[in-house]
Design a protein around this ligand. Sequence first.
Ligand SMILES: *Cc1c(COP(=O)(O)O)cnc(C)c1O
Length: 500
Amino acid sequence: MVVTTTTAASDEHLHCTFASRYARTSLPRFKIPDGSMPKEAAYQIVNDELMLDGNPRLNLASFVTTWMEPECDKLIMESINKNYVDMDEYPVTTELQNRCVNMIAHLFHAPVGDEETAIGVGTVGSSEAIMLAGLAFKRKWQAKRKAEGKPYDKPNIVTGANVQVCWEKFARYFEVELKEVKLREGYYVMDPAQAVEMVDENTICVAAILGSTLTGEFEDVKLLNELLTKKNKETGWDTPIHVDAASGGFIAPFLYPELEWDFRLPLVKSINVSGHKYGLVYAGVGWVVWRSKDDLPEELVFHINYLGSDQPTFTLNFSKGSCQIIAQYYQFIRLGFEGYKNIMENCMENARLLKEGITKTGRFEILSKDVGVPLVAFSLKDDSKYTVFQISESLRRFGWIVPAYTMPPNAEHIAVLRVVIREDFSHSLAERLVSDIEKVVRELDELPPRSSVKTAHVTVDDLHRGKAERPHLKKTISETERDICSYWRRISDKKTSGVC
Ligand SMILES: *Cc1c(COP(=O)(O)O)cnc(C)c1O
């Protein structure tokens, strides 16, 4: 028998990664390594590091799809190497996108007729969709002002203070002033009357949200349309409405078909929806639909022909994957109206169950409404002993990711927890979550009273302005510096971390 010793060089031929040198060397983090490594080792190492990420299925912070049928996973893997922008090379994929746009426009009651034909485009998500819709409004408004010989350098947009961060991005990136209607305690959506009051001759559009990110509540688009129509008549302006239906666009048509929020309202000129939220596709797809060709200025559409025949494109990025578009089409034909309706009803039912369980603990006030996106947003009735942030932290121990955040102005003093109910969050998981919340609350009850919890009311501004010098906080700031630091971090990027 020949006995050989294993040298470092012969490691490459071993199939057991954990017996190789790759298991005992730290990986380069700043520079591409000089040499290669075997594929098995690379797979194992990357896979293992990723084990430390949270479990997406237990990530109750996100609206974004975390489960699809294996048949669709297969379609996705089969199309993972198709660049969506190669429309001439992949005409069928382009055709599937167009069919999806048609179906969504129909779902949102786009008018059908010779002069009004809806158009739309697939995007990476609602954020890109909103940038495009916003740009179209800005261009239209500028063209009109130019034609009238009026200044066109101070465009603004009116929204609620509850808007998702992508609206703030749009405003900053494309130099449009964001005029936000403030919230107040007990009212966490845009007040249509106040919004219309803020509209002036420089307003490019009013953006309403169907499914506020914070509480899931639908804004009253019908009333907004009514009030704005009246104002337009009085002033001679023609301020339009955009509906950000990122989460609610695939809820309302199935659960509340009578609710008028879409193209049935004449001032609604464009709508966005996230295919990767209740459209039930993995991350990477959104949609924007315009009521008619007239609502999308032609100068924003680029015609490219170097990939083949003339292709009109209106997107921010050039290349992107095709598989999300293909997956969206799969979901539409696989589930049909009936399937979507059943799934949304199940989500609502599980939201109700969770809400009941949370209410039964007696500790929480429910902020989300019965009509809206299936989520449960709740705040502590009494936060003098512990805060929602501590509850969120404690739930992590059981694997649950439940975000806690403070409300936007002027309701910053309200801090809430939010659980988003997705398709793959079942009845039994809802029961488990309720019992884990009960456990956490009981544990926190046992803790000695800590005045530190008052940090829930301390904002960065307060500390800078010295407001935190109030006697009941004086002691606690030094005591709980760590708490506050992590709280700062949370509130300073509350719109980008976890709450999406
Ligand atoms: C999620 C969300 C967005 C952003 O959508 P993405 O698809 O994640 O880019 C915008 N607005 C609202 C109301 C949302 O809920």
